[in-house]
Design a protein. Structure first.
Length: 764
């Protein structure tokens, strides 16, 4: 039985329900408007969870539906648990009768158990994780005779995930879709994968919704049963839905149309996961007559922070439109600080954090939000040096990331041949065809001979104990390590790292994956090499890393937080620092190159999310110079800085120019997307403002920096563009590009590689 409550009130009447006494007028309207489609457009910090929870409790307590007749969908298990707890506090035991409150995947899995046979499965089907998925795909790739190094299973998994997010079966793929993998074989491998899963009585997470969508489409009786069952449908974070989630929800809501979606188009930042902001933008078209209720009163931030964020996001054309406001008074303006380079940025943030701590602020309320993971390295090194406690949230510390540990293992083995732990980590990374059995034999040989694994590998390669292929592979790997050890005596640690990552095939393996994750890992490796430029010897750098890693043992009660902006969504801090607001870093050049105007608008939404994480103070930093891929690069401030309303920004800079200059740099004439957004018809013949105009009086680089930036061995005079050369490992090739002592070579059998000129000779 339901607890008793007062009759349903009209929104205009004075509410008697204690559920909504603490809500503002738009929140109350959202709670009381129970019939028909509702879009609750909820800005950052406007109390959307309170309104959604109260609406759910109101429907239950008003007896408009049994708990089992309400479908309430969230994106995370944490959000589902929180909502169930809140509703339980409001309606008591009735919440236990809500079987359809959960994540998309959890609810779809429950439905699929009931109708598994219609998807060719049994009701006790297994849901496989990512590791199992990759294992199945690798087996299929091998069975079809495809080169897994060239066409990695992880790349195929990414393609299949994208197709399932779009609601596409193998039969639905176009020729263009199929071209995404193995020169047009995407559809073939997708079909083979799905057939293999059915044979295993298994499905992956993408199948849960895709199977149910297809079952509902093909079986009208089943669809009508669910349409009649769910009297009310509520969806949290609607701006993050992908195509298959959108299609599934739209089918279920078509009969009653009592669907309430809660979201913020200005916080749609997950397109790389398949989220489509268009879903929330077209809600009124999908459900004509929908009521749009805007939650704009913010309970988190100061007026200047909200005004700055609102002014910035107003530059987006694809949005429904709202303006955040607050009843709070006072507070600091958003600070924009221009500094000289990345190291100075880290120093400045460290000093500011220490000042806040001296003034009584908690380090737990201080956050550094970065656009890309590689940016964290500079701050970690600086905070270790000054003893400022910090933690990485939503990811690994820089030197703990898998790709960094792999690279460090290579370098440790080069520096210390007896480092068996390093050898074990990378002797088959990337894949060289050396399995566990080979490693077991190496361990046995090493124990008998009392030698390190690296020496055991050389010795065992001269015996018949291993198959010929394994012997040759192992010997080739050890020759590479010996050659890199010689190189370590001749070049800088940074150049050594770049050469090892290229010649080992590690870089090529990540490039072949062609995913957002692999692109981020490549950025991290580039940042690792950049960090090494500050050290004269490999030993010095490895000692530094050991000291950084040891910092984890420190267990300070309060720590400053470092995280990406994506990971910070839904969180808030008193003091927020936003470094790296330069063109190419934020907005991300890669994102804009791949997605054009749509990606630029998502980058701007990401900037909006970043600013609105701050309660009291928000500080944006941009550097005139950054080392990217080991080279000093002059930068101009992000266009997003120019879009901040001047009245709510306090400009500070150690550089010449000032606010008027960085605003002028991003006039419509210099914006490559302005003609698209405004329909002016101008072509792409734009030109970016130069860094020289931003800083007409360049300062001298610090001595250590200058030497690292200018380091480049002179190329050998007898090797130039077009020269035919020979490399001990890669064979014959032709030089296609040249930069300092680095050569880009198209090898006849190994393909394009970047090598140091001293490792090749003119072909005879």
């Amino acid at each position: 039985m339901f607890p008793s409550c007062s009759p349903v009130q009209h929104p205009s009447e004075s509410p008697a329900d204690p559920l909504i006494d603490g809500l503002n007028a738009p929140q109350r309207e959202a709670v009381m408007t129970t019939e028909g489609p509702v879009l609750m457009l909820a800005g950052a910090g406007t109390g959307k969870t309170a309104a959604l929870t109260a609406r759910l409790a109101h429907i239950v307590r008003s007896r408009l539906a049994w708990p089992s007749e309400i479908l309430c969908v969230t994106f995370t298990n944490k959000a589902a648990r929180e909502m169930k707890e809140r509703v339980g506090q409001l309606v008591g035991p009735a919440v236990e009768g809500m079987p359809w409150l959960g994540t998309f995947h959890a609810i779809a899995a429950k439905m699929l158990r009931r109708h598994a046979e219609l998807a060719g499965l049994q009701s006790n089907y297994t849901i496989i994780d990512t590791d199992d998925q990759l294992r199945v795909l690798k087996q299929l790739i091998q069975a079809e005779g495809l080169d897994e190094k060239r066409w990695p299973a992880r790349q195929l998994a990414g393609c299949i995930d994208r197709w399932k997010n779009k609601g596409l079966t193998p039969a639905d793929l176009s020729a263009a879709d199929s071209e995404a993998y193995a020169n047009g074989q995407g559809q073939k491998f997708y079909a083979l994968y799905q057939a293999r899963l059915k044979a295993l009585n298994a499905c992956d997470f993408g199948d849960l919704l895709l199977h149910m969508l297809n079952i509902l489409r093909a079986n009208r009786e089943i669809l009508e049963q669910y349409q009649q069952r769910f009297k009310y449908i509520m969806v949290d974070e609607y701006q993050d839905t992908n195509q298959v989630q959108y299609l599934w929800l739209r089918l279920l809501a078509q009969t009653r149309k009592n669907i309430c979606v809660v979201g913020d188009d200005d916080q749609s930042i997950y397109s790389w996961r398949g989220a489509e902001v268009a879903n929330i933008l077209k809600f009124e078209q999908d459900f004509p007559g929908a009521k749009v209720i805007k939650l704009e009163q913010n309970y988190r931030s100061t007026p200047d922070i909200l005004a700055a964020a609102s002014g910035l996001i107003d530059a987006n054309s694809q949005r429904l439109g709202k303006t955040l406001w607050t009843e709070r008074n006072g507070g600091d303006k958003v600070r924009v600080i221009g500094i000289w380079d990345g190291p100075e940025e880290a120093r400045r943030v460290g000093e500011e954090a220490e000042r806040l701590e001296r003034e009584g602020a908690s380090l737990a309320e201080v956050a550094i939000l970065v656009r890309a993971q590689f940016q964290t390295r500079e701050f970690e090194d600086r905070f270790i040096a000054i003893g400022l406690p910090y933690k990485i949230v939503g990811g690994f510390r820089f030197y703990e990331r898998a790709e960094i540990r792999d690279a460090l293992a290579y370098l440790r083995l080069i520096a210390q041949p007896s480092d068996d732990l390093a050898f074990e980590r990378i002797y088959n990374t990337p894949k060289r065809g050396l399995g566990d059995k080979t490693l077991e034999k190496l361990h046995r040989h090493a124990r008998v001979r009392a030698v390190p694994l690296s020496l055991a590998a050389v010795e065992i390669a001269d015996t018949d104990e291993l198959p010929a292929r394994a012997r040759n592979t192992l010997l080739g790997f050890m020759r590479d390590v010996a050659r890199w050890r010689d190189l370590a005596r001749q070049t800088t640690p940074a150049e050594l790292a770049r050469t090892v990552l290229d010649e080992s095939g590690y870089t090529a393996a990540l490039q072949a994956e062609k995913s957002a994750e692999s692109a981020g890992r490549l950025e991290n490796l580039a940042e690792l090499a950049r960090a090494m430029e500050e050290y004269e010897t490999l030993g010095d750098f490895l000692e530094h890393v050991s000291l950084v890693m040891d910092n984890e043992a420190s267990d300070a009660a309060e720590k400053l937080t470092i995280m990406t902006i994506h990971a910070a969504k839904g969180l808030e801090f008193d003091n927020v620092f936003l470094p790296g607001w330069e063109e190419g870093v934020f907005p991300s050049q890669r994102a804009m190159d791949e997605g054009g105007l749509a990606s630029l608008e998502e980058e701007r939404r990401l900037a909006y999310v970043a600013i609105t994480r701050a309660r009291r103070r928000c500080t944006i930093l941009h550097a005139a110079n950054r080392r990217i891929y080991g080279q000093w690069t002059s930068s101009i401030p992000s266009r997003f800085i120019a879009e901040l309303p001047e009245a709510h920004v306090e400009q500070e800079s150690t550089l010449s120019g000032g606010a008027s200059l960085w605003r002028a740099q991003w006039s419509e004439a210099s914006d490559p997307f302005a003609h698209v957004a405004r329909g002016t018809g101008r072509g792409p013949g734009w030109q970016r403002a130069s860094a020289q105009s931003y800083d007409p009086t360049p300062r001298r680089l610090p001595e250590a920096t200058r030497s690292a930036a200018s380091f480049a061995a002179k190329p050998r005079g007898d090797i130039g563009l077009g020269a035919r050369v020979f490399h001990e490992k890669f064979g014959y090739g032709t030089v296609t590009a040249q930069e300092g002592n680095k050569l880009e070579i198209e090898f006849e059998t190994a393909g394009p590689k970047r090598v140091i000129d001293s490792f090749v000779k003119l072909a005879e």
